[in-house]
Write a protein that binds this ligand. Sequence first.
Ligand code: SF4
Ligand code: SF4
Length: 175
Amino acid sequence: MQDHFWSYLDVWRTRFPRRRPLRWRNDWLQNGYCRDCRYCCGQQDSNKPFYMALLPEQIRPDLTNDFYMHSPNTAYMDARGCKAATAQGCRLPRAQRPVACSIFPLVLTGGELYLYQTCPAVLFTPFPQLAGLGLEAAAWLRNFSRANVRRISLRLPAQTLAKGYIALHIKVAGR
Ligand code: SF4
Ligand code: SF4
């Protein structure tokens, strides 16, 4: 998506003439843009895998029904989108979704929180409000063990971060 920033900005301006609410709900980010966007679960512009590690308690035998699996612990999506995506949204209960999905467009990488800049919620929400949501998400993530924080932390190259993500300067290490 990063290569198409301006075209997406035009699309989002037309689709979202008014701002929509964002709220942190204990363990997920409620995002009023998602129902009319659906970008990040569906078919991606690139076939590069986007990895989404699962917590130990989310591992179950039938994971391949719901995800493309990179390893027994890590789901991914690519140009095909996510297997769990439907026209109405994600068909999985929240507890079965990767943590990366629960906090997106906040992204945990390298032990710090970033924002995925091309998400309409990021483009149209005032930055102080986004930063506040980042603090709430970080408070939740700090209840995770250090091992789980490492596990779910995405491995994004510096070049990718510089091109498409906004640093919130919020560190998350886990307990
Ligand atoms: S890009 Fe943002 S608004 Fe669109 S579906 Fe993803 S999180 Fe929701
Ligand atoms: S698990 Fe659900 S929320 Fe996460 S990428 Fe797949 S469809 Fe989207």
